[in-house]
Ligand binder design. Structure first.
Ligand code: AMP
Ligand code: ZN
Length: 445
């Protein structure tokens, strides 16, 4: 079994050879935390979690370092924070910290419910401003960046191979991109490393005055800090290839004597919903958080993995229903087994550029052992109780059961009362007897 990955840099599937098999290193661009993440954002999280698990399987649990950052400085965050700070005695910076911490917490809970392991490190941009300033200073000294009107810009004309990831020349980029024209730019494709902040905008002291970093420099600084100048895999959604990843490469290589940033660039395709591009204006904006109210996280995860990560995917209710059915059947089969191991055909499929639909097809043919092992490697826990416990609850049925339990307790039939309580618990419903004699319940996910 050899792991092969499609590399956006070469546009080919290549055998994966880590720089150091004792420390395989992967960086994936994380969320900008100002609002609930949508189901499209869940795609890279799930896809790279499967890759993380596969790498741990191949190289050993303690030999893989996975970094996924949190972007907590951004103009959309600042706009929301300014709203939040209104009428309260807090600064915009404090409001931004409050907003981003709250959103990051929800994000972590949501992706944990999707069965994703926490990455090894989840650095926040605002905890790495010093690293960003140092990198920008290096770029200015090396002649890759220039200062103009309080801004620091990367001069793309100084990087001869700019465009190598997106396979576009500067002229093509200028023609195809909606570039921001600004008087302080030498070249329309030059991008911001640092920009000034006014008194009401979060900012940090720097050699160029009080300001804040551009988005791209965050990832260059944080990946260097946690993974070194060159690491193995860099991931994200296909929309990040240009300009974000192209610019990360330009900055990191410019600051690091042209040492490559990452050796394998892996990108997931886009997700749409019921045949349409997801957009707030179309009213089909589906958050992970909302989906988790009605669907078990495992079902959402499984539904995502039924399409190969590089293909576009269409997210539908019909697909989720089908996924639930398959998973429920498999949990019943696999849960009975005690010695799981992933089968050869399954591992071959997964190692072939994370071919999860093929791996799933192998599981349809697998015996209980192979099924349990395959499911576990994909991040599922084949304990039947998990799915059952997450089925949408029937509140009427629960109050009926609570009534029956109260009646049993009144009749001093404690055995029956306990049986009803335990039966509800097995369905994931926990009862709580309140001091005032009433009984309330909650769903344990
Ligand atoms: P953002 O918060 O917009 O920077 O996105 C976070 C991650 O989600 C990035 O890796 C994006 O490429 C990815 N992403 C955003 N929208 C979609 C989508 N509709 N389908 C797949 N991936 C997406
Ligand atoms: Zn990034």
């Amino acid at each position: 079994m050899t792991l092969r990955l499609h590399n956006t840099l070469t546009r080919r599937k290549e055998a994966f050879v880590p720089l150091d098999p004792k420390n395989v290193r992967m960086y994936v661009c994380g969320p900008t935390v100002y609002d609930y993440a949508h189901i499209g954002n869940a795609r890279p999280v799930i896809v790279f979690d499967v890759l993380f698990r596969l790498l741990r399987h191949i190289y050993g649990e303690n030999h893989v370092t996975y970094v996924r950052n949190i972007t907590d400085v951004d103009d959309k965050i600042n706009a929301r924070a300014a709203e939040r700070a209104k009428g309260r005695n807090i600064s915009v910076l404090e409001a931004a910290r409050e907003l981003t911490e709250e959103t990051a917490r929800i994000y972590n809970d949501d992706v944990a419910a999707l069965g994703c392991l926490p990455p090894t490190h989840t650095p926040r941009a605002t905890d790495n401003i010093g690293e960003m300033i140092a990198m920008i200073e290096t770029l200015v000294k090396a002649g890759f960046a220039y200062v103009a009107q309080g801004h620091v810009l990367f001069d793309v004309s100084k990087k001869a191979d700019y465009g190598k990831l997106s396979h576009r020349s500067l002229d093509e980029m200028i023609a195809g991109a909606r570039v921001e024209v600004a008087p302080y730019k030498k070249n329309p494709m030059d991008f911001v490393l640092w920009k000034p902040s006014d008194a009401n905008t979060p900012g940090w002291e720097s050699p160029w005055g009080r300001g804040r970093p551009g988005w791209h420099i965050e990832c260059s600084a944080m990946s260097a800090r946690y993974l070194g100048e060159t690491f193995d895999i860099h991931g994200g959604g296909i929309d990040l290839v240009f300009p974000h990843h192209e610019n990360e490469i330009a900055q990191s290589e410019g600051a690091h004597h042209n040492h490559p940033l990452a050796r394998y660039w892996v990108h997931n395709g886009f997700l749409q919903v019921e045949g349409e591009k997801m957009a707030k204006s179309l009213g089909n904006f589906v958050t992970i958080h909302d989906l988790l109210r009605d669907w078990p996280g495992d079902v959402l995860r499984f539904n995502m993995l039924r399409t190969h990560y590089r293909q576009p995917t269409d997210w539908t209710v019909a697909g989720m229903k089908e996924s639930w059915k398959i998973l429920e059947r498999w949990y019943d089969m696999a849960g009975a087994d005690s010695s799981p191991r992933a089968g050869g055909g399954f591992l071959d499929a997964l190692s072939d550029d994370l071919n999860t639909p093929q791996a799933i097809a192998e599981l349809h043919r697998a015996d209980a052992n192979d099924l349990a092992g395959g499911l576990m490697l994909l991040g599922f826990d084949p304990m039947p109780v998990r799915l059952v416990s997450k089925k949408p609850v029937d509140a009427v049925e629960i109050s009926r059961a609570i009534g029956a339990r109260n009646a049993a307790r009144k009749a001093k039939n404690f055995k029956e009362a306990d049986r009803i309580r335990d039966e509800l618990l097995a369905q994931g419903i926990q009862l709580k007897d309140n001091p005032d004699g009433t009984t309330s319940w909650e769903v344990k996910r």
